[in-house]
Design a protein around this ligand. Structure first.
Ligand SMILES: Cc1ncc(COP(=O)(O)O)c(C=O)c1O
Length: 407
């Protein structure tokens, strides 16, 4: 069978399900105001939460590194790809999180598919939240470990699983997102870590979206919940709030050593480019130097949730800068997304498999540097667009003005 015939068959099925996707083209840097598909818009999609991706200091650091080290690492970290920039970034990340060591990966996806099989394999157990990110699911598949999934955030279900897990005689790894990327709610990290440890399991936190944005010092979801020291393995990304590219894992020196020697996505892949490592270092310093960014981000997000609630639109269960407005049906979600784009607001519609079937939504991500008037204008536009449909067809409207919680 030809490639095009396979593509026709698969894409026809995707179109029938209403989940066909296309790429939108952005012009200029990721910023609150930019051009998307040739139109001026306010950007409420993406993860440049702190607006560091084209911050002068971050850009300058990456330009300097390009001049000094060139644009490529040109090899695996174990062959020729570790520069002093990579080492400096890792030691700064370790200090930032109060850990013995850190190791960078090329993306968060690659970190998860590298770390999970490094810790559990055939005969072992991975325990995973039902709404965990796809890269955790794929890490479990690659590990060939037994995978047990518990209902989202359900501590009783988790405890029942851990009690029967066979730990501590068996290797058992609990992995959860810190801040859930499509719902904007937090895992009960302290309680989960306590359960994991009580039953002899290891606790790994994927804090892709909490890093830099949550916690009094920007150390993320676990810091915010008072549980930073309880997490055995902390994974985060450099390509979201840190305005660069890549990811890291922070933990013990022995964990780092284990990953260098066994994590296949680390061993068999070209390293982060030096300008990316330099940009991440500059951004990490800015998280400490400019705390106003995370405070402004959370203030904008709270304002958005409150204004949507005043319009009778739920953003439940969000308590953060990831603000979902669940529409329900795929076609309606994308119609509203396109109508908002025409009005100058880019808030991406998200459908299955990124979210469960029947819960398609607008995923709205404000930035620290949006003006309050821009937040209000977006909320008002969403209210006007959703009001064009029968109230019972919009899930967020059926649920009313819930979900105004603060992190
Ligand atoms: C929770 C979570 N983990 C991991 C990833 C993957 O990170 P990256 O985009 O760096 O591959 C993402 C994001 O996109 C995410 O939301």
């Amino acid at each position: 069978m030809s490639v095009d015939r396979i593509a026709d068959e698969v894409l026809a099925a995707i179109r029938d399900r209403g989940t066909y996707r296309r790429l939108r083209v952005l012009e200029g840097a990721q910023a609150p105001r930019m051009q998307v598909d040739g139109r001026d818009v306010l950007l409420f999609a993406g993860s440049n939460y702190l607006d560091l991706a084209h911050h002068d200091g971050v850009v300058e650091a990456s330009v300097r590194a390009s001049r000094e080290y060139g644009c490529a690492a040109a090899g695996s970290r174990l062959i020729n790809g570790t520069t002093i920039l990579h080492q400096a970034l890792e030691s700064e990340l370790a200090d930032f999180f109060g850990r013995e060591a850190a190791l960078t990966f090329n993306t968060g996806y690659m970190a998860n598919v590298g770390v999970i099989p490094a810790l559990v394999g055939e005969g072992d157990l991975l325990v995973s939240d039902a709404l965990n990110h796809a890269s955790i699911i794929d890490g479990g598949r690659l590990a060939r470990a037994e995978v047990r999934v518990f209902a989202h955030g359900d501590l009783d279900a988790l405890e029942a699983l851990l009690a029967q897990s066979g730990a501590p005689d068996r290797r058992v790894l609990l992995v959860v997102d810190g801040l859930f990327s499509m719902d904007g709610d937090l895992a009960p990290v302290a309680e989960m870590a306590a359960l994991a440890h009580r039953h002899g399991a290891i606790m790994m936190l994927d804090d892709a979206h909490g890093t830099g944005t949550l916690g009094a010092r920007g150390r993320g979801s676990a810091e915010h919940l008072g549980a930073l020291a309880e997490v055995d393995i902390l994974m985060g990304t450099l390509g979201k709030s840190l305005g660069s590219f890549g990811a890291f894992v922070a933990g013990s020196a022995k964990l780092r050593d284990l990953l260098i020697n066994t994590a296949r996505s680390f061993i068999f892949s070209c390293a982060l480019a030096p300008p990316q490592a330099a940009a991440a270092r500059a951004a990490l310093a800015l998280v400490d130097a400019e705390p106003w960014r995370r405070f402004a981000l959370q203030q904008r997000a709270a304002r958005l949730r409150e204004r949507l609630a005043q319009h009778g639109l739920s953003t439940s269960p969000s308590c953060s800068h990831i603000v979902p407005v669940v529409i329900g049906d795929n076609a309606t979600t994308m119609e509203i997304c396109e109508a908002l784009l025409e009005r100058g607001f880019y808030a991406q519609g998200i459908r299955h498999p990124s979210v469960p079937i029947g819960s398609a939504r607008l995923r709205i991500t404000p930035m620290a540097t949006h003006a309050e008037s821009e937040i209000d204008a977006l909320a008002d536009a969403i209210a006007e667009q959703t009001a064009k449909y029968a109230p019972e067809t919009i899930v967020a409207r059926r649920e009313g003005g819930a979900g105004t919680g603060r992190p």
